[in-house]
Ligand binder design. Sequence first.
Ligand SMILES: Nc1ncnc2c1ncn2[C@@H]1O[C@H](COP(=O)(O)OP(=O)(O)OP(=O)(O)O)[C@@H](O)[C@H]1O
Ligand SMILES: [Mg+2]
Length: 237
Amino acid sequence: MQTALALRGLDVRYGPVQAVRGVDLTAARGGVTALLGANGAGKTSTVMAVAGARRIAGGSVFIFGRDMTGATPDAIVRAGVAISPEGRRVFSALSVEDNLTLAGSVVGDAATALARKAAMMERFPILGERRKQLAGLLSGGEQQMLAVARALMSGPRLLLMDEPSLGLAPQMVDRIFGIIEELRDEGISILLVEQNAALALDVADHAVVLANGVVAAAGPPQDLKSDKLLQAAYLAA
Ligand SMILES: Nc1ncnc2c1ncn2[C@@H]1O[C@H](COP(=O)(O)OP(=O)(O)OP(=O)(O)O)[C@@H](O)[C@H]1O
Ligand SMILES: [Mg+2]
């Protein structure tokens, strides 16, 4: 199997707190892998470590088969990884368009960056309509679209999405999950962190459940859905 991402024995620490302990995870190329678990389970720490934004205390990170353990965030972007972070983190005081332009600064060639920006406004028409508006004035769902669009500006092959549906109205949640499927169908591999386990398990083809920084379960979504004990312990909505 060709893998987009393989974690082997990943450890992440914050001083004395070990947030991620010996995590193994394999995300298939072209698939959606759900990373689930309760508050504080270590999901964000895991994706931030993959993105190079968090120091890795132990273990290895392979991206499309290459050992990228300890690589800089820039090198990880160049390896084809982008993140739409928890809490969206758009630049509120900048316009929608400037948010995209800034995200496009990682693209070496200006014509490609411009073309990608145009493609984002086409994919997310609301961003096109609001291009001159400050990002901070967008609704939560629109900001989430912008966060995903920003991540897509680097032309990733692996997209890390940390809680894209958190706090959104049901209609917007549907739209976000629709986008996840679209991107998957376009061949982008996705690691999807979600607290909405039911929805994530519907879209994913593989799932990993973290509990207190360790892998509590991993396998086909169907198996996790039918495991009542697991559901009750870690995946209760
Ligand atoms: N900057 C930090 N400093 C110290 N401890 C941290 C820091 N960030 C996270 N932690 C701790 O690491 C553990 C894992 O946190 P993490 O944010 O990775 O969990 P999570 O699964 O993403 O949770 P949530 O669902 O709430 O987003 C928690 O115990 C948390 O308190
Ligand atoms: Mg988190």
